[in-house]
Design a protein around this ligand. Structure first.
Ligand code: DGL
Length: 260
């Protein structure tokens, strides 16, 4: 039997993590839950993020998964430890530690971190990277307009460019590496590279897939199977899936009836 992996995010952003995992896995059955009814998590309190995240974990655990991936920085920042405590026999991975380790490997002397207000407010990236690179300068900033831009498919537009400039222009000569501390932001990566070609960019989807590669690859020589669940309809789901180019077989897309 192949592996079963559960993944959740507050909405569509975690699909960027799924995409990276699909690139390094075969024969895995994926169960993705996007909490589209309650996105964004990034403006909510720790208590609420933990509550929502536990509900997502509970839903995915029913599929007898071997691994649970918290594909949301906000949930990783606030709820990872609680989920681990609630599911002691389940392997649970978040996106923040692999990204921070990737930054540590690259040893930049000046780092900028962007994320949701809740992730940045937790200070977790700054703390971890600061521990790995005690002599580096580390700046951080909440960039709340970026999630709605991405959810609405506006990531490649002049509007996105203006918003990115609004947040990032002041860092142009102040940092050498930018951490995209939100799983929605990889869809803005090309735009950021065009605006700030000198910066190295670490997104929070790739390092996790890289870290899990030995665990995922060469398991079963079959296509991956993908089951997508959402807690509400999203007008942007189809275009988002096409845009990020999810490979493999989508077995089902189901809108759940929670909270009714
Ligand atoms: N994808 C979430 C993250 O990585 C952000 C979206 C939200 O605010 O819910 O933090």
């Amino acid at each position: 039997m192949g592996l079963k992996i559960g993944i959740f995010d507050s909405g569509l952003g975690g699909l960027t993590v799924l995409r990276e995992l699909l690139n390094v896995s075969q024969g895995v059955e994926y169960y993705y839950l996007g909490d589209t009814a309650r996105v964004p998590y990034g403006i909510r309190s720790k208590r609420t993020v933990i509550k929502y995240s536990l509900q997502c974990a509970q839903f995915l655990n029913k599929f007898e998964i071997d691994l649970l991936i918290v594909a949301c920085n906000t949930a990783s920042a606030h709820a990872l430890e609680t989920i681990k405590k609630n599911y002691p026999h389940l392997r649970v991975e978040g996106v923040i530690l692999p990204a921070a380790l990737e930054v540590a490997n690259l040893k930049p002397s000046r780092v900028g971190i962007i994320g949701t207000p809740s992730t940045i407010g937790s200070g977790i990236y700054k703390k971890l990277i600061g521990r790995f690179l005690p002599n580096s300068k580390i700046l951080q900033k909440a960039t709340p307009l970026l999630v709605p831009l991405v959810e609405e498919g506006l990531n490649e537009t002049p509007l996105a460019q203006e918003v990115l400039k609004h947040y990032l222009l002041e860092w142009e000569n102040q940092i050498d590496l930018l951490v995209l501390g939100c799983t929605h932001y990889p869809l803005l990566e090309e735009n950021i590279k065009r605006l700030f070609p000198r910066w190295e960019i670490v997104n929070s989807a790739r390092p996790l897939a890289k870290a899990l590669k030995p665990f995922l690859e060469n398991k079963v020589n079959k296509p991956n199977k993908i089951n997508l669940f959402f807690t509400d309809q999203s007008a942007f789901l189809e275009s988002f899936l096409t845009h990020i180019g999810i490979r493999g077989e989508i077995e089902r897309i189901e809108i759940l009836r929670w909270e009714e």
